[in-house]
Structures are given as structure tokens and as C-alpha cells.
Design a binder for this molecule. Structure first.
Ligand code: PAF
Length: 289
């Protein structure tokens, strides 16, 4: 695997691959890689001729400096995992390579309305602007490619899809299923921050989503699905709910009454031991029999 730290070097390797007729698959990450990221690399490997991953902890998408400083940096282990999964090119720039004016703020920022506005957007002001800005910068450097994002960050995936559509970015966005631990907890770089007690409680988010999906299947409306999720979270007093929502899978607008057979996305966020976890699940409203 080739490791590249300069924007110009990365761009020229990917341009050359495309000139040779190779399809480029790109997995953007902030490092601290786990099996969830590996599954994105595997998906890109299966579809593309050249697979590239970026590892860049993007300061623009962190609300406070303490959170940014606490974010795990594990480049050596990340490189080993990527190599084992067949990544061809690792792009690992430093902050000045990406933002030459750093720590002065960039003059340009990408803001996506609609999908970015509730949920994580409401709880983490500025997060999606920072994410959309760095992803645009990475897409500009990478050039035409297929880009792989986990459904685990479902709102992020919707924001990226909207941005690519609105800005005509030459990128095919591929959403990949959430990877879970055997007890249902969605894999996340944040899970390592849980205490053993917190870790044992954390699968309650998935349990809540399953309860919401079961209520949809039983004919509940949107508020009914939310009530089922909230009731499950209440069974764990150390879990503090931020939101539980039943939304349209494309616009993320909350749903009320749905037609039988219609798809809904259930979103949930809760803090356990001060660690904020998010998860989501597709559900189908009771089909007509
Ligand atoms: O999902 C992430 O790890 C980040 O938000 C991303 C897409 C790499 C942008 O920094």
C-alpha cells in the first residue's frame, strides 16, 4: 500500500489510475478504524480497480477542542488494517495540507439545508458544515470516484447524497450496511470510550430500534414507533436519550401516518456514561395482507 501525505501527490496517483481506465473507490475516514470501516474498504475492493482511503481528523466538524484532542489517533494500526483489506493508497495529510490557513478559519464552507437540520445537526451545531466542507475538499482532490459511506451515520449519508446532487460532484455515493457487535451494538470509534458498565448497557440503542421496527410492523404510526423506542431506553436508567425519531428515509422529515408497505428510518441517539452513541434502522410499516 502506498502512503501519501500531499494533496498534489494523491491527486496525481488517482488521475493516473483513471487515465489507465481504472475505476477509483474512495473510503473517507477519520481513522481509529474498526471492522465497520474495513467493511467499506471490502465493498470498494469488490467494485473498483483502485481503492484509496483517507485518514484525516477534521477539526471543522468537532464542537469543542477537548473532543478533538480526545479523538483517538492510531495511524499505524489503521494502515495495517487497510493493507490487510487490500487498500492500494492511503492518503494521510496533516492539517496544514488540508487547511493552509489553519488555525485561522477557512473562508469557504459548505452548508447543506434540509437533511442536515435536525437530530445530529441540532445537537452538534456546525458539525455537518464541517463534514460537508471536508468531504467536498476530499472529493475535489480525489476526482471522479465511487465513495463509500456507512449507514451507521445515516444522516451524514443523506447530507452527502444531497450535496453531491446539488453541487454536481462527479461521485457515486455508495451506502454500506452498519456492522454490529454480536450483542447488536453498532460498531463505532466511540465504543472504546465506554466503561465496562456502559458497554454492557449500550446495546439498549439497538434494542430500542428493534422495538420501534416491531411496532411499525404491528401497524403503529410515527409517534407510536417513537414511544416504543423511548420505552425501551427508559429500561436502562444510565442511558440518557437525545432523540428517538421515525423519519422519511430520504428527506429525514418526521413521519406521522404511513401507508402499509411504506419504508421508514428509525433514528436514535443517547448518552451512556457521557459517551454519545447514535444508531438507526430501516423499518417497514405493516404491509397489506
Ligand atoms: O464519517 C467520518 O468519519 C467523517 O465524518 C468523514 C466522512 C470522514 C469526514 O471527516
Amino acid at each position: 500500500m502506498e502512503v501519501i501525505t500531499t494533496a498534489a501527490g494523491w491527486r496525481s496517483v488517482l488521475d493516473e489510475a483513471r487515465r489507465a481506465g481504472r475505476r477509483v473507490g474512495f473510503v473517507p475516514t477519520m481513522g481509529a478504524l474498526h471492522a465497520g470501516h474495513a467493511s467499506l474498504v471490502d465493498a470498494a475492493r469488490a467494485d473498483c480497480d483502485l481503492v484509496t482511503t483517507s485518514v484525516f481528523v477534521n477539526p471543522l466538524q468537532f464542537g469543542d477542542v477537548a473532543d478533538l484532542d480526545a479523538y483517538p489517533r492510531t495511524l499505524e494500526a489503521d494502515a495495517a488494517l487497510l493493507e490487510a483489506h487490500g487498500c492500494d493508497v492511503l492518503f494521510a495529510p496533516d492539517v496544514l495540507e488540508m487547511y493552509p490557513r489553519h488555525p485561522a478559519p477557512s473562508c469557504t464552507s459548505v452548508h447543506v439545508t434540509g437533511a442536515s437540520e435536525g437530530f445530529e445537526g441540532a445537537d452538534r451545531p456546525g458539525h455537518f458544515d464541517g463534514m460537508a466542507t471536508v468531504v467536498t475538499l476530499l472529493f475535489n482532490l480525489a476526482g471522479p470516484c465511487a465513495a463509500y459511506f456507512g449507514e451507521k451515520d445515516f444522516q451524514q449519508l443523506c447530507v452527502v447524497r444531497q450535496m453531491v446532487l446539488d453541487l454536481g460532484q462527479p461521485v457515486e455515493v455508495v451506502g454500506c450496511p452498519t456492522m454490529r457487535e454480536p450483542d447488536g451494538l453498532a460498531m463505532s470509534s466511540r465504543n472504546v470510550r465506554l466503561t465496562p458498565a456502559g458497554r454492557s448497557v449500550a446495546p439498549v440503542l439497538h434494542a430500542a430500534l428493534l422495538a420501534g421496527a416491531a411496532s411499525a410492523e404491528a401497524g403503529a404510526d410515527g409517534p407510536g414507533m417513537c414511544a416504543a423506542m423511548e420505552a425501551t431506553i427508559r429500561t436502562e436508567p444510565s442511558a440518557s436519550l437525545s432523540y428517538a425519531a421515525a423519519v422519511d428515509p430520504e428527506t429525514l422529515a418526521p413521519v406521522a401516518q404511513l401507508a402499509p408497505g411504506e419504508q421508514v428510518r428509525l433514528l436514535i441517539a443517547a448518552s451512556i456514561d457521557g459517551v454519545r452513541l447514535i444508531d438507526n434502522l430501516a423499518a417497514t410499516v405493516r404491509p397489506v395482507r
